[in-house]
Write a protein that binds this ligand. Structure first.
Ligand SMILES: NC(=O)C1=CN([C@@H]2O[C@H](COP(=O)(O)OP(=O)(O)OC[C@H]3O[C@@H](n4cnc5c(N)ncnc54)[C@H](O)[C@@H]3O)[C@@H](O)[C@H]2O)C=CC1
Ligand SMILES: O=C(O)C(=O)[C@H](O)COP(=O)(O)O
Length: 384
């Protein structure tokens, strides 16, 4: 059995080596010829999987080691009877930690002693938005949730869902919707001139979903105005050929790596492996956890003199500080368009190991119950 797989899927040999022969390919440039003789195709978000790629091939199962599926023509796969699996929720914690870290930097920039005084509007309350909401609420933030598809399915939800306009009143607005184009509540350019006009200079807009959810030309125009909000973009229109002008204008610019924790990526591989085993009728023998290495930083310690917010933010940034990715992306924006696109993909391909808060043991000596609860909300292991 031939498995054609994106070279950027971690642990390919460990998970799939005894299922079939693996042919590693560059996902961004995968061609029809490279998949013609494949039985199984494993991709990431950078490969468009559709009729043009697969017509006439032997492929009978496609797996994407990602949450998002906007790069896959699901209808066509179904019509052709080709099996499919994604990895829902695999890197949700990673994205939530990215948002928390960005919010902590925003609070510092605003000179806030208590970061939980910020209100947070979450747009798209699925695996990522839901996990983020839970964590923020446990930390003591006031959160507003906007998710029209869920609102329709759950009319009596408590607290009630809010509209996009109401979410845009919050100090921080963070987008976690899928990219959709042809269905009710489609998200393509969901945030454009009218929505951007609703947020002002004291606010922060984060996009951790897909670049095309925000109209980047409208955003560029808005960022030229005196009362523009701060913006943190992890995802961009036209990746990898993103706009250097927009990078220049946003406050925090990262190269689509919010979900790039080692845990998140390895869980993505595991979920596709499990689905493939099920498809082929094979026993499931492996788990991502058995391959996770020891983290570089495994323990941090706080004493009774630790200031609460400060302690949480320090631990968060031990795991992930987006300023490093921001600096690297800005450097990568030098050069001509072709060089910039290559550099964008390279930043993602050669991404340093990043571990989630769950890998961190936190020792607390004589600290308050609310600080302990705060670390529990982050998913850290506590030693009290
Ligand atoms: N930046 C990154 O590295 C990553 C980005 N993502 C993106 O985040 C998206 C969301 O991930 P999950 O939460 O796991 O997906 P999910 O499918 O669990 O949740 C998405 C939620 O968005 C809601 N939604 C759909 N249309 C909406 C609209 N117009 N307004 C508000 N809400 C709407 C859905 O009802 C659903 O509850 C993925 O589809 C993917 O594109 C995912 C992982 C990493
Ligand atoms: O899981 C998703 O959805 C994501 O956005 C991934 O983090 C994207 O990673 P790549 O597939 O582009 O490596």
């Amino acid at each position: 059995m031939l498995i054609v797989a994106d070279e950027n899927i971690p642990l390919l040999d460990a998970f799939f080596g005894d299922i079939g022969e693996i042919r590693r390919v560059t996902g961004r440039t995968l061609s029809r010829e490279q998949v013609q003789d494949a039985d199984i195709l494993l991709v990431r978000s950078v490969t468009r999987v559709n009729r043009e790629l697969l017509e006439g091939s032997r492929v009978r199962f496609v797996g994407t080691a990602t949450i998002g599926t906007d790069h896959i023509d699901l209808e066509w796969l179904q019509a052709k009877g080709i099996g499919f699996a994604a990895a829902p929720g695999c890197n949700a914690s990673s994205v939530a930690e990215y948002v928390l870290s960005v919010v902590s930097l925003f609070a510092e920039r605003r000179g806030l002693d208590d970061w939980t005084s910020l209100t947070v509007g979450i747009v798209g309350v699925g695996n990522v938005g839901g996990q983020l909401a839970q964590c923020l609420e446990r930390l003591g933030f006031e959160v507003r949730l906007c998710d029209p598809p869920r609102q329709e399915r759950e009319p009596g939800a408590e607290p009630p869902f809010v509209s996009l306009a109401e979410a845009l009143e919050c100090d921080v607005v963070t987008l976690h919707t899928p990219l959709t184009r042809h269905q009710p509540h489609a998200t393509w350019h969901m945030v454009s001139d009218p929505e951007l006009a609703l947020i002002g200079a004291d606010q922060l807009l984060i996009n951790g979903g897909r670049g095309e959810v925000v109209d980047s030309e409208a955003l560029t125009r808005r960022l030229e105005q005196a009362d523009a909000p701060l913006v943190a973009l992890d995802v961009w229109e036209h990746e990898p050929g993103i706009s250097p002008d927009l990078v220049d204008k946003v406050w925090m610019a990262t190269p689509h790596v919010a979900g790039y924790s080692l845990e998140g990526k390895m869980q993505g591989t595991e979920m596709v492996y499990r689905a493939l085993c099920q498809f082929l009728g094979l026993p499931i023998r492996k788990k991502a956890g058995q391959f996770l290495p020891e983290p570089a930083v495994s323990k941090v310690s706080f004493t009774s003199s630790a200031e609460e917010d400060e302690a949480i933010r320090t631990a968060l940034r031990v795991c992930y500080d987006p300023r490093r990715d921001d600096a690297r992306l800005r450097l990568a924006m030098r050069g001509n368009p072709e060089q910039r696109a290559v550099a964008f993909d390279l930043l993602r391909q050669d991404y340093p190991v990043r571990r989630e808060c769950s890998s961190l043991k936190v020792q607390l000596k004589g600290t308050s119950k609310s600080l302990q609860d705060g670390f529990r909300a982050l998913g850290c292991k506590l030693k009290i």
